[in-house]
Design a protein around this ligand. Structure first.
Ligand code: ATP
Ligand code: MG
Length: 571
């Protein structure tokens, strides 16, 4: 391809609201353009890179035995009402009406469509297991579309759905997709971790997210540097390090009320009493599906709402208001404490494991501006119920091998999920087993954000000058630059190189523009193809200059050796 004709509007400056590196670089390099918030056009180079990712995904899905198909983006509301999600999905689902006032949604995901299709087309166990997938545009009216392609409102997803006779069958299908994902992300060159994730309230048992490591990532992942353990923060478990208490245990002193004016937060209280947060027990008043729930946690830890929801089996957790604290707990916000609440009827009280065995602890006194000190948990709160309710924190160790856990930011690029019979049941997708009995089909679903992967790759592969494409994804392998297009020798040699390399199967972008050399070099670095070949002054001697984008290596090469060099370089 000759760059002269290419639609590749590079930019010097990008809009200030483009925060993520990948967003800025893809705008600057002329890969994408925004049409509206979270909605982008892929210009020719962007599309090429996107297609390369898509192809890897297709190859690995096909190799895993999945069958590609394509479903509509426009979904009749009836289908989403059948699954119950028309009401549950909320404003993220884009909805519209046709000319007759019939309601539709723009597909945010395709469980409903695929399940109804399978319901209608598959009857016998003989057709199962089966995995179907598609690569298609998804629509989600995200609350905060941002970071360019990382969180769009219209984006490209590969979604796959497996259909099995039993949960043992699902386990196999799931493993196959998991392994395919592992190969896909390896091939893209991404640094990633597959992490255990929370499967939410509904059905599913197993779920993993594939996280590309990047500081811009919105998810926190926790992994063990020594063993395989890796999980999302919301799911991660850890071992609490042995606590060094500052104060001596004093079993003869009962809890003592102490005046702590204004000290309604852990920080203020710890300053006021000059004790470490580890010695303070936070008492947090919540509502779990409307019922009072009081939770205790050590002052230096954070609550994990998802764990709480699971422990008490609630859909909704919210904070109690000050009024509710007063009326329902007869306590005061900022000064709540477990003594007096523990055992009270109608109030469920659970402590995080971090509270176990604390001595000389400080708790709220259920009275404005007062706390209790000298609390010995085992002595003063002997009937506490314990559970894991907290986010693991820096310093916690791995439950499997006791190495210190590592925290990192991740971009969720893929997700595998065991659905079970949630959708087959609500939509009536059944099969007849060998005995002729009707059974719910057991399902799994598997997504990859293709456009998000593109951005994640740029997040991980760039420097101050531009993008550094991995070989497998780059829009063009070779960037051929002719320094002076009016120079006949340079043009002739360039043409020869272009023909030789393209005939040998390399994709080459030939910068034949009448631009200053500085502009061409600058753009080549910005666009970031792996190998740059510059035809300049030494064209008459059949000598050119090579530059490797990733490591900056620069050297001269005789044209006769070029093809062999490229073959080695790209192998
Ligand atoms: P997130 O938590 O980031 O919103 P999700 O849990 O909603 O993701 P899924 O419903 O599992 O995502 O969708 C499958 C995949 O689609 C995700 O793993 C992600 O790679 C991609 N994806 C989801 N939402 C977006 C988006 N708004 N823009 C780009 N890709 C997305
Ligand atoms: Mg989402």
């Amino acid at each position: 391809m000759r760059q002269q004709l290419l639609l590749n509007p590079t930019l010097r400056d990008v809009p200030a609201d483009a925060e993520a590196v990948s967003h800025r670089l893809m705008l600057r390099a002329g890969f994408i353009r925004q049409l509206s918030s979270g909605i982008y056009s892929y210009l020719p180079l962007g599309l090429k890179a996107l297609r390369n990712i898509q192809q890897i995904v297709q190859e690995e899905m096909d190799a895993a035995g999945a069958q590609e198909m394509l479903m509509p983006a426009l979904h009749p509301s009836e289908l989403w009402k059948e699954s119950g999600r028309w009401d549950i999905y909320g404003p993220e689902l884009m909805r519209l009406e046709d000319r007759n006032g019939r309601e539709f949604a723009l597909g945010a995901t395709h469980e409903e469509v695929i399940t109804s299709l399978v319901r209608d087309e598959i009857q016998s166990y003989k057709k199962l297991p089966m995995t179907l997938y598609q690569i298609q545009t998804k629509f989600r009216d995200e609350r905060r579309p941002r970071y360019g392609l990382l969180r769009g409102r219209e984006f490209l997803m590969k979604d796959a759905y497996s259909f099995d006779r039993s949960s043992a069958g699902l386990d196999l299908s799931y493993k196959q997709m998991y392994n395919a994902y592992d190969r896909i992300f390896r091939r893209t060159g991404l640094k990633f971790r597959a992490v255990e994730a929370d499967s939410g309230a509904i059905g599913g048992t197993d779920t993993h997210e594939f996280m590309a490591l990047a500081d811009v990532g919105e998810d926190t992942i926790v992994y063990c540097p020594s063993c395989q353990y890796a999980a999302n923060l919301e799911k991660a478990v850890g071992v609490i390090p042995e606590l060094q208490m500052t104060a001596e245990t004093n079993n003869s002193t009962p809890p003592e009320k102490i005046h702590t004016p204004q000290a309604s937060s852990i920080k203020k209280l710890s300053q006021f009493l000059n004790v470490k947060p580890q010695q303070i027990i936070k008492t947090i008043a919540l509502k779990a599906d409307g019922a009072p729930l009081v939770v205790l946690i050590r002052g230096d830890y954070e609550l994990n709402e998802i764990k709480i929801r699971q422990v008490v089996n609630a859909e909704q957790i919210s904070m109690m208001t000050e009024d509710e604290i007063m009326n329902e707990l007869r306590s005061v916000a900022g000064f709540i404490g477990p003594i007096g609440l523990l055992g009270r009827s109608g109030v469920q009280l659970i402590a995080d494991d971090s509270v176990r065995g604390l001595t000389e602890a400080v708790i709220g006194a259920n009275e404005a501006d007062f706390h209790l000190q000298h609390v010995q948990v085992d002595r003063d709160l002997p009937t506490l119920m314990y559970a894991d309710l907290r986010n693991v924190a820096e310093g916690d160790t791995c439950v499997h091998c006791l190495s210190e856990l590592v925290f990192a930011k991740g971009i969720e690029v893929g997700h595998v999920f065991k659905l079970g019979t949630k959708y087959s049941h609500s939509l009536g997708a059944v099969y007849n087993d060998e005995a002729g009995a009707s059974q719910d089909i057991v399902m799994g679903c598997y997504g990859i954000g293709i456009s998000r992967v593109l951005a994640a790759i740029v997040e991980q592969n760039h420097d101050d000058y531009g993008i550094i494409w991995p070989h497998a994804i780059t829009p063009f392998s070779i960037h051929l630059l002719t320094v002076k297009t009016q120079d006949e020798a340079q043009m002739k040699l360039s043409e020869h190189i272009y023909d030789t390399l393209t005939r040998a199967g390399f994709s080459v972008l030939w910068d034949d523009r009448e631009e200053r050399p500085g502009v061409k070099f600058h753009d080549a670095d910005l666009l970031g193809f792996p190998l740059r070949l510059t035809v300049g002054k030494k064209a008459a001697e059949s000598s050119i200059e090579c530059k490797e984008r990733r490591n900056g290596n620069q050297y001269e090469l005789q044209v006769d050796n070029l093809l062999a060099h490229c073959q080695t370089f790209f192998n």
